[in-house]
Design a protein around this ligand. Structure first.
Ligand code: NAI
Length: 785
């Protein structure tokens, strides 16, 4: 080709990256890998091949772990954990720093190995994946260093079981391992079966960097190994990234085991383009949103929602840009779109597209490579919001598109999904973009940008995209729990049974207590009540027995009070103070009621503690703010705190008033309507309290109070799709049922496993509660140069 011809066609020549070093490393390891347990590689056993999806060649043979391997890995992690935690923040920071340096020194080897194993363009592995991995370890070295002074009273969970997917093999490892180690935990990690090689190289790096034995353990194999890791009794915390279906299975498998759990699952993220957007930028953004890593990205901007007036022109320009994408050998530095990770995935994508009969399909003009596992970048326009491909995660280079007329319609379309991972908004009018961003139900929102990630900026989803955040202080907290001292006195959970006695009511006018739903006293749907007795057997009153219908009514009332989230923190504080004031005015009456119900003279102090707790949450209502993250990109990431939504809370039995106030307070303060199930053995104080609520300007539906059997009501709350979070502090251990039943809707759950909490002390209030009442929403905005 002459220079003149080159200028005319502007064809790129190939710029291949050498695979020699990465292949040599595999040869050095004997092309066969065992697991990495207790600081050493085990002998390779029976297993499976790991292939290069761009060529089909076998790269290495991996070992399928069995029970004994997982046991050995968990035991090694358990043995190593106390000493690792004891090293202290600085000691661990030094190790994380050493890992970051080693990764940096071997960055090209990591990038090439990642490309060989996964099929992603080496340009991406080199410029995005591996630099982000380094940044994650450096950042977490810093978090480890500062943790003790910044997060006093918090300590590690112990052993973490971590399962990761194949789309960002080393980056997902970094997102899991760095915070776990920074916090003082040790790790058993299972990489995805298609892409375990960089995890094994990382294991080699851990050994060479002098990481103490057993701190990081890596077992390889398929989903069965993942199942063993997450269900292992010796694992205290589980972290998973992958498909929503497997996330649900893990929620069920770990139900009632007392394990902390974070899930980063699928998405169908909206890419909203307004007619005043900078169209060239938006189109380049879209290339990154959906063709970065071949669209195998959980937060891929896979749903284009473009304003009607510009839709046709936008699609035309997009198709022209698509036709310029270079698809082929991922080791070629000029390639934009590489291979799909495995034929199984490619076939899934092809099947989904083939099954789509609506809309118009445009696929790139470029020829696909003759061999290897490739799928052409695809655009499908003219779909309706309910079409399967508008709703289902494709996890490939396929963009679907629909149009909107008004900003409100754009928001509705964007939120018309069961997922809630990410979204991006494109408009040159920042008033508009910043008006729309908070209305989008997504954990990450990019304004005039897409797919930006940083170790300081929390990442994670809402709805069925999972729960928990990764990155920053917020992500670190998922690997920490309050240490026992801070948690106060705890006792093993023991069911408190109601006193029995004479059912006839003596003395005074019999008042019929009712449920409190939607700002009104409501008779129970079933029409049943039960007598409440004091210790001596004296009847104290009758309480309604709520049933499923009452729960549904209460949830509906709470959902109708969604406007509470939009009130200001100041206004919410005023109402909480007003409740405290009104409670104070009737303090003696409440104290006497509590004494009579519990048979212990602690009512007066419980009422005073409740008033103090209401003050605490009135104080927090306008102070539990997010953080602004100085990310090393052109912009800032604002980690805002949003209410989680409708909170169902099963109140502690042992503290009939303080327990209820301790759950209602943070829920209300953070803008959540709530459905509270009162103490089961001592329910009368909660129903008396409805009169305080009624006279304190609480908008209807914000607080709903029911009485009845915890065990009977919990499943209805756990299964109800309208309940966004469910907390349970009953003296009956309902954790297994609640966690299993909540899996269908993937709601956030917070349950007491095995132990009671000291509601009078510091463990009864504060950050743990406020965090459970909020979700982090990370909004990236352009800022500065
Ligand atoms: P997957 O969710 O099955 O695999 C992710 C990881 O979980 C792998 O390490 C796998 O071995 C492990 N695993 C599988 N079953 C398990 C179980 N029962 N318990 C514990 N661990 C288990 O994802 P897969 O099958 O590889 O991909 C299927 C679809 O999932 C994709 O097409 C995509 O839609 C979605 N996906 C989403 C990801 C995300 O980041 N949101 C990542 C990977 C897949």
């Amino acid at each position: 080709m002459t220079v003149k011809e080159i200028f005319e066609t502007m064809e790129y020549g190939p710029a291949p990256e050498s695979a020699a070093e990465a292949l040599a490393w595999l040869v050095d390891q004997g092309d066969r890998f065992g697991h990495f347990i207790d600081g050493a590689f085990t002998d390779p056993g029976d297993g499976f091949d790991s292939c290069n999806p761009a060529t089909g060649e076998v790269l290495a043979t991996l070992t399928q772990a069995g029970e004994a391997d997982v046991d050995a890995a968990v035991s090694a992690a358990r043995r190593a954990q106390p000493a690792w935690a004891k090293l202290g923040g600085h000691g661990r920071a030094r190790h994380l720093y050493a890992l970051a340096r080693m990764i940096q020194k071997h960055s090209r080897l990591f990038a090439v190995l990642e490309t060989l194993d996964n099929g992603k363009p080496v340009r991406e592995a080199r410029d995005i994946d591996i630099p982000l991995v380094q940044r994650h370890f450096y950042h977490h070295a810093g978090l480890a260093q500062l943790m003790e002074s910044e997060l006093p009273g918090m300590g590690p969970h112990g052993v973490c079981g971590q399962v990761i997917p194949w789309n960002f093999p080393l980056l997902m490892l970094a997102w899991k391992v760095a915070p776990a180690l920074a916090a003082g935990n040790t790790v058993v990690l299972k990489p995805a079966e298609y892409t375990s090689l960089t995890a094994l190289l990382f294991a080699d790096i851990c050994r060479r960097a002098g990481l103490p034995r057993g701190v990081v353990n890596i077992v390889t194999g398929d989903g069965a190994v993942g199942e063993m890791v997450v269900a292992h009794k010796g694992v205290d915390k589980v972290a998973f990234t992958g498909s929503t279906g497997v996330g649900r299975a893990i929620r069920r498998a770990t139900a009632g085991q007392g394990k902390a759990l974070t899930l980063e699952l699928g998405g169908k993220s909206a890419f909203i383009v307004f007619d005043d957007a900078d169209i060239d930028s938006a189109i380049e953004g879209l290339v990154d949103a959906i063709w970065f890593n071949g669209g195998q990205v959980c937060c891929a901007g896979s749903r284009l929602i473009v304003q009607e007036g510009i839709a046709e022109a936008f699609h035309t320009r997009l198709c022209a840009r698509m036709d310029k994408l270079r698809i082929g050998d991922p080791l070629d530095k000029c390639v934009d779109v590489g291979a799909i990770v495995d034929p199984v995935q490619r076939d899934r994508i092809a099947q989904m597209v083939a099954g789509c009969t609506a809309g118009e399909v445009h696929q790139v003009a470029a020829e696909m490579p003759a061999q290897g596992c490739f799928y052409p970048p695809t655009l499908i326009t003219g779909l309706a919001p309910s079409d399967a491909l508008m709703q289902e995660e494709i996890f490939g280079p396929v963009l679907v598109s629909t149009t909107f007329r008004t900003p409100a319609e754009a928001v509705d379309l964007a939120n018309d999904t069961r997922y809630g991972l990410a979204a991006s908004v494109w408009s040159e009018n920042l008033n508009l973009a910043l008006d729309v961003a908070p209305k989008l139900v997504a954990g990450v929102i990019w304004v005039n940008a897409t797919n930006l990630f940083d170790a300081a900026a929390p990442f994670g989803g809402m709805r069925e995209s999972g729960f928990g955040r990764e990155g920053g202080w917020e992500g670190l907290r998922a690997y920490l729990r309050p240490v026992v001292k801070a948690a106060g006195k705890t006792k093993p959970l023991a069911q408190i049974v109601p006193f029995e006695g004479d059912s006839s009511f003596h003395g005074g006018l019999d008042r019929t207590s009712k449920l409190y739903i939607g700002g009104k006293q409501a008779r129970p749907d079933g029409g049943y009540t039960r007598a409440v007795h004091g210790k001596s057997g004296k009847a104290l009153g009758e309480v309604p027995i709520a049933n499923r219908k009452d729960i549904r009514n209460a949830v509906e009332a709470a959902a109708g009070a969604a406007g509470w989230a939009k009130t200001t923190g100041h206004a919410r504080a005023q109402i909480l103070y007003f409740i405290a004031e009104n409670l104070e005015a009737r303090a003696d009456e409440f104290a006497a009621r509590i004494d009579a119900m519990t048979g212990i003279r602690k009512g007066a102090s419980e009422v005073q503690a409740s008033i103090s707790r209401l003050f605490t949450y009135a104080a927090w209502a306008d102070k539990f703010d997010g953080r602004v993250k100085g990310v090393p990109l052109r912009g800032v990431a604002m980690a805002m705190r949003a209410p989680v939504g409708v909170i169902g809370a099963i109140c502690p039995d042992e503290a009939p008033l303080l327990g209820l106030v301790s759950l209602m307070g943070p829920a209300m303060a953070m803008g959540n309507p709530c459905v509270l199930i009162a103490s089961e053995p001592y329910p009368l104080a909660a129903l008396d309290f409805t009169q305080i609520i009624e006279t304190s300007d609480v908008p209807e539906g914000v607080v709903n109070i029911l009485t009845g059997s915890h065990a009977e009501l919990a499943p209805t709350l756990a299964r109800h799709a309208g309940v966004d979070a469910l907390w349970c502090f009953s003296s009956t251990d309902l954790s297994a049922q609640i966690e299993a039943d909540s899996a269908a809707s993937l709601k956030r759950t917070w349950v007491n496993n095995a132990q009671t909490r000291d509601w009078t002390g510091a463990a009864g209030e504060g950050h743990e509660f406020l965090e459970a009442a909020t979700e982090i929403k990370t909004i990236w905005v352009p800022y500065g140069e």
